[in-house]
Design a protein around this ligand. Structure first.
Ligand SMILES: Nc1ncnc2c1ncn2[C@@H]1O[C@H](COP(=O)(O)OP(=O)(O)OP(=O)(O)O)[C@@H](O)[C@H]1O
Ligand SMILES: [Mg+2]
Length: 472
């Protein structure tokens, strides 16, 4: 080759190398060429920028200076594979910047040969920090959505349980109201009827006063009510006396008259004071008046119970108050106990309350969910018929609420898991395992308190501690 053509060839080569160099330097990916001893033959601009080195520093580095510890073993394997002649179409690794920060990358590695000898491995890598970050965010989002859905379902299930219990609680007094008002209607008609008979028979003023006197005798309260044996005895006695005195259908009056506090003797005495024909309507009047009083009594009691339940529901949900408020802990506990009455019917609940604990600042009705979930578990644990003790006290600047049951207890192996979402030992469809997770979040995250548990067979104690001044 002539000297001129040699120079031209050199120029062409230099020009082509410059072109490649420019392409490599402008590449967005990190490109490196590594000699078999691990030192760098060349690296591009993106590599320098990403890892924070200047070009002057590169000759003093080797590949292990830029591999993060977490990725060292993994890269050693790939590097020896590459030096053994394998190309690596895809790999992930974690690089390390000059300052020591990890840089997750993905890329590929190929070899450059001179004859049969590998003289360098070429690596092309892409910084995937952002992509991993986006993926992580997406995962967290999906987990949040899942959690939210689960919590929503838990809320619905809890609401379902509560409303079933409440329906049951309300049903008793509501049914009693229905029965009492039907009885009241009949009693009023009977009373009018008896009075009409008496008036048509020309009742005297004196008899009228006596009637009022008989009506004034208070119906016996529940505590004065006769035992079943004594009541039966008194009814038969009254029935006999009515028979003796020739009162028609005396048997239908005996129960009511016994209930009204009459006895065989008092009826005999009455018979001496009223004209013969007036005795039966007088007794019917007494019986009907007593039924009236009893019905009114039941109506009063039942409507009081309905009011109590409605108050408890209001107290429980705080539906008539602001989201954040100062409340007396005990009110919430009492409302919850009323609402859970159906589950606690045969459980002995004892209270040892320090009523002097100052009001605490709460968020809506959420604390009531804590009492509900812990009490619900306690009721489950006692099989519906054990004992639950609720204690409150003040400890420094905290209110402490303890709920203890005498149920079977929590297995040692489960103890550290019970606050985990979805951890349940109950059959499918009975427990979702979110009760204590919800309680934990409300106590710690929403109210800055703590919730702990101690358990052995026959005694499980949940302790909730709430800071008194919640204005953190
Ligand atoms: N007082 C307790 N006695 C015995 N075990 C309990 C008690 N409280 C909680 N546990 C255990 O902790 C587990 C988790 O309770 P958690 O309230 O979170 O869920 P769950 O009661 O199973 O279901 P959910 O409350 O969602 O209906 C229960 O399954 C039970 O094994
Ligand atoms: Mg539960």
């Amino acid at each position: 080759m002539s000297e001129q053509s040699q120079t031209e060839a050199h120029l062409q080569l230099a020009e082509s190398e410059q072109r490649y160099r420019a392409a490599i330097d402008n590449a967005h990916d990190m490109i490196q060429s590594v000699r078999p001893d691990g030192t760098f033959e060349f690296v591009n601009k993106s590599w320098l920028d990403t890892l924070g080195y200047s070009a002057d520093e590169v000759p003093a580095l080797d590949i292990w200076d830029i591999i993060h510890d977490s990725s060292r073993e993994h890269c050693q394997l790939y590097f020896s594979k590459a030096l053994g002649g394998e190309s690596i179409p895809y790999m992930e690794a974690v690089f390390r910047t000059r300052g020591g920060d990890p840089v997750p990358v993905e890329g590929s590695v190929t070899n450059r040969y001179l004859g049969d000898t590998i003289i360098a491995t070429h690596g092309f890598f892409r910084n995937i920090t952002e992509r991993l970050h986006a993926e992580e965010l997406e995962r967290q989002n999906a987990a949040l959505v899942r959690d939210e859905q689960a919590r929503y379902l838990e809320k619905m299930a809890a609401l379902g349980k509560l409303s079933a219990g409440l329906a049951h609680e309300l049903n008793n007094p509501a049914a009693a109201v229905g029965r009492a008002s039907a009885r009241l209607t009949a009693a009023l008609a009977n009373r009018d009827d008896a009075l009409n008979t008496l008036v048509s028979q020309g009742i005297s003023k004196q008899q009228c006063r006596r009637l009022t006197g008989l009506a004034a005798a208070p119906a016996p309260g529940p505590e004065e009510q006769l035992g079943p044996l004594e009541r039966d005895r008194r009814e038969s006695e009254i029935e006999e006396v009515l028979d003796e005195l020739g009162v028609p259908q005396g048997w239908s009056l005996a129960a009511g008259l016994a209930q009204a506090g009459q006895t065989g003797t008092s009826i005999r005495e009455l018979a001496t004071q009223v004209p013969q024909g007036d005795l039966a309507p007088t007794l019917r009047w007494v019986d009907a008046t007593n039924a009236t009083k009893e019905s009114v009594e039941i109506l009063t009691r039942s409507s009081r119970r309905i009011t109590e339940l409605v108050q408890a529901i209001k107290g429980y949900t705080h539906m008539d108050r602001a989201a954040e408020q100062q409340v007396d802990l005990h009110d919430g506990i009492e409302s919850t106990l009323t609402i859970l009455n159906h589950a606690l019917r045969d459980v002995t609940v004892t209270r040892d309350f320090d009523r002097s604990i100052p009001a605490i600042r709460v968020h809506g009705n959420t604390l009531n969910q804590v009492w509900t979930n812990v009490l619900d578990n306690a009721a489950d644990a006692t099989g519906g018929s054990g004992a639950i003790a609720i204690r409150t006290r003040r400890e420094d600047d905290c209110a402490v609420v303890e709920i203890e049951d005498d149920g079977a207890g929590i297995a040692e192996a489960d103890l550290h898991r019970i606050f985990e979402p979805f951890f349940t030992t109950k059959p499918q469809g009975v427990g979702t395992g979110l009760g204590l997770d919800t309680a934990w979040r409300i106590v710690t995250e929403e109210h800055g308190g703590t919730i702990t548990v101690e358990s052995r067979p026959g005694r499980t104690l949940f302790r909730v501690t709430l800071p008194l001044d919640q204005r953190r």
